[in-house]
Design a protein around this ligand. Structure first.
Ligand code: GTP
Ligand code: MG
Length: 463
């Protein structure tokens, strides 16, 4: 018998209703002792999936009236017997209803434990469980679409398809030993090579979607850099539509890194406004500049801001060097030519000439807002450059899925090389085994308990 757990599944705070969820082998017995349908029947004998109005009792006293729904295993979210009790959404009242569940034998649920149980009971795989977090966390329609796609099993099916193909190839390699149930005839080396090539291609197509998926799901770490007074904080404020950072005409205003999330079309930018980079400055400014330099190394997109109302100087040269090194590292760079309202754009050409190849440029006025939309689309198109049909195409949404698929792809490449160089089947077969193990981590079939525990720790209590 497993333990029976209970938690409040609605957010903490006052509301119209709150829902207390109880799940486990004794869920119905627990609920039966604290919830009494007005019809007079006991919860243990009511019809599953129907709402029953009744009284909620704690320590022998009616504390509220509400609705209970009983779900019978395996037809519930967790795959176990589950009861959901809705009561009025008072903070203390909800606490008392939950306490009643505890005193009737339930234990407090850990974060994400309901979903973890659903995973353990095979109701969802890991990609679908992660999609549940995505659905709850989504702050953009695009992330919602991506999470719905995973919740509907699109990535799970893609993984499954590749998994099955590798099993089929492996079974031909170890026909009689490891996979007798597959009962396949041995394939020729040429056919195996060809089919492995197709597997590689599928994996690499899926891996390529991570740039898109990450930008939608996690957001892009974006450093706004430039010399003091270039207008970095003004740009941050324009992008997020509020006076988030202090703007003054004094060079060296920003010291600490200021973070803000904004939506740029389909992607999320995690903006960092940083201290203007120059030699000198007081102790605090120097610390700020060091922080800015660290953020530049960490950034996945760099927005270099130049003030084109003044002649470029050696501080701008320093920024150009930073942008060049980012381009060399393969980090996308956008140069913002700011203050184009000032009616003095003679220096624009000097800045453009100094910029390295591969830098996208956008003319902007943080004063008037001109060019801000173009900047957002320029940022978006660095990461998302085509329409994706989420109902059919599997898009990788997180680092865990990427790393597992990437390892699977490496193993397939090794197996193909082995096959090509005439390695014996049982040797390249080991690479195929490793590929299967890595793929199994995506949907969770070969994942360790510590990894799943870590994933479910990101959930809220009650989910
Ligand atoms: N005319 C004009 N002035 C601007 C524009 N953007 C910023 N400024 C002005 O430029 C000055 C510096 O702006 P900030 O946004 O504080 O510049 P910063 O790059 O954050 O400066 P530090 O934090 O000191 O590095 C302020 O006086 C702004 O009002 C613009 O597009 N046009
Ligand atoms: Mg600033």
């Amino acid at each position: 018998m497993n333990t029976t757990i209970a938690a409040v599944s609605t957010p903490y705070g006052k509301g119209g209703i709150a829902v207390i969820r109880i799940s486990g082998d004794c869920a119905v017995q627990v609920a039966e002792k604290m919830f009494f349908p007005v019809s007079g029947s006991l919860l243990g004998s009511v019809e599953a999936g129907r709402a029953y109005y009744g009284k909620i009792v704690s320590k022998g006293m009616v504390i509220d009236d509400g609705i209970a729904v009983v779900y019978r295993a395996p037809r519930s979210y967790t795959g176990e017997d589950t009861v959901e009790i809705s009561c009025h959404g008072g903070i203390l009242l909800t606490e008392r209803v939950l306490e009643a569940a505890f005193s009737c034998g339930a234990e407090p649920a850990r974060r994400g434990e309901f979903t973890q149980r659903a995973f353990t009971n095979g109701k969802l795989d890991l990609t679908e469980a992660e999609a549940v977090i995505g659905l709850i966390d989504a702050e953009s329609d695009e992330k919602l679409r991506l999470s719905v796609s995973h919740a509907n099993g699109v990535l799970k099916r893609r993984t499954e398809e590749i998994y099955r193909e590798i099993v089929a190839l492996l079974s031909s390699v170890y026909v009689k030993t490891d996979y007798p149930e597959e009962d396949l005839a041995e394939l020729g080396a040429e056919e195996i090579a060809e089919r492995l090539g197709a597997v590689s291609e599928k994996l690499s197509d899926t891996l390529k979607t991570y740039r898109h998926g990450k930008a939608v799901s996690d957001g892009v770490k974006t450093a706004i850099v430039g010399k003091p007074n270039a207008g970095k904080s003004s740009l941050l404020n324009r992008l997020c539509g509020e006076e988030r950072a202090i703007v003054t005409s004094k060079a060296g205003t920003t010291r600490d890194v200021i973070e803000e999330k904004v939506q740029a079309g389909r992607i999320t930018l995690r903006l960092w406004d940083t201290a203007g980079i120059r030699e000198g400055g007081d102790e605090i400014e120097k610390i700020g500049i060091e922080k800015a330099k660290r953020k530049i190394k960490e950034a996945e997109l760099i927005i270099g801001v130049f003030d084109i109302s003044g002649e470029p100087d050696k501080e701008d040269d320093g920024i150009v060097r930073i942008l060049r090194s980012a381009v060399d590292r393969g980090v996308p760079v956008i140069a913002v030519l700011n203050k184009d309202d000032a009616g003095n754009t003679v220096y624009e050409k000097d800045v453009l000439d100094a910029l390295p190849d591969g830098v996208v440029t956008v003319s902007v006025s943080c004063l008037t807002g001109n060019g801000i939309d173009q900047l957002k689309s320029a940022a978006e198109s660095q990461f998302v450059n085509r329409e994706i049909d989420y109902s059919g195409e599997a898009v990788i949404a997180n680092a865990r899925q990427f790393s597992a698929l990437d390892r699977a792809a490496e193993c397939i490449t090794r197996a193909r090389d082995g096959l090509k160089s005439g390695l014996s089947a049982d040797l390249y077969g080991l690479d195929l085994e490793q590929a299967l193990k890595a793929l199994g981590e995506v949907d969770g079939r070969t994942v360790s308990e510590e990894v799943t525990a870590e994933i479910f720790r990101n959930f809220c209590v009650g989910k």
